[in-house]
Ligand binder design. Structure first.
Ligand code: ZN
Length: 284
């Protein structure tokens, strides 16, 4: 439960996808666990977790071969992959339960304009921060992973977006002459939200989990959920029992991330460009 009377909600300025990708770039991860078509519970699914640690190059290769062949696999194939990964991590002393769709760091970041901000949003729920910002944060309280900078374009974030054919995002078009600059942009880190987002099912339903694939059935009323979420956004408040005492977390009713007053001060000290920042009261 939170020790703060107020936290800050930081999110990406509203913009269409192309503008957002132009300023913030996109991340491709080194390896992804395939989705599963579960014969036990009947669900075909793939989650959105980014695990903040790498797997071996052999396992990356295995995952690439598996997902290239079939992005969604049968339960038995999934369980074989899951066992291999979990055994590998157990040997390293890391207790992890693999889920369908899990991806591993490092992320490979491509950005069409030169990164000039200390906080960027290639993924809306997991910001990227500059090396100088990491130095202002207590790194023991926030999980982060260094990004591989794959390609950097030569434009400025404030530039007009060049004319697009079909209105579609085209990496090669935006990144033309891009590779030569990547040594000069410094280091950037992806923030990982480690606090599990358990509040939504806990608040709205009894949930059950498929014992074979890990799918969570949360039997809740989407209309009631929508009403509560929009009411919290309108009042700019979250209940104390939905605000953990960590420096960075997420909340189902709000975009982006929640940060402690101390983290907010550190970020604000560098200027809050490329961020929408709102104070959120923690009540009860
Ligand atoms: Zn299942």
């Amino acid at each position: 439960m939170s020790k703060y009377a107020e936290v800050w909600n930081l999110s990406c300025p509203r913009a269409d996808f192309v503008r957002r990708a132009f300023v913030n770039g996109t991340i491709a991860f080194s390896a992804q666990v395939p989705g599963v078509n579960c014969s036990e519970c009947g669900n075909t699914w793939s989650g959105h977790r980014v695990l903040p640690f790498p797997c071996s190059s052999e396992l990356q290769q295995l995952l690439r071969e598996t997902t290239e062949l079939q992005p969604v696999v049968s339960l038995s194939v999934f369980q074989t992959v899951k066992r291999q990964l979990e055994t590998y991590f157990a040997d390293l002393g890391r207790d992890v339960v693999i889920e369908p769709g899990d991806v591993f760091v490092p992320g490979n970041w491509s950005i069409p304009s030169i990164p000039r901000h200390d906080i960027l949003w290639p993924i809306l729920s997991k910001p990227v921060i500059s090396a100088r910002l990491t130095q202002l944060l207590d790194q023991s309280s926030i999980a982060m992973s260094k990004l591989n900078i794959a390609r950097v374009g030569h434009r400025e974030p404030t530039d007009d977006i060049p004319h697009l054919t079909n209105g579609e995002f085209d990496d090669d078009y935006f990144l033309e002459h891009g590779t030569s600059m990547r040594e000069n942009v410094g280091e950037f880190f992806l923030i990982h939200i480690t606090e599990p987002i358990t509040y939504q099912p806990a608040r709205f339903s009894q949930s059950t989990t498929c014992r074979e694939c890990g799918f969570v059935f949360a039997d809740y009323d989407p209309a009631a959920f929508g009403r509560v979420s929009s009411e919290l956004r309108r009042r700019q408040v979250i209940p104390k029992n939905e605000a953990p005492s960590v420096e960075v977390f997420s909340h189902f009713a709000f975009d982006g991330i929640m940060v402690s007053p101390r983290v907010y001060e550190a970020i604000a000290g560098l200027g809050l460009a490329n961020c929408i920042a709102k104070p959120i009261r923690v009540s009860g």
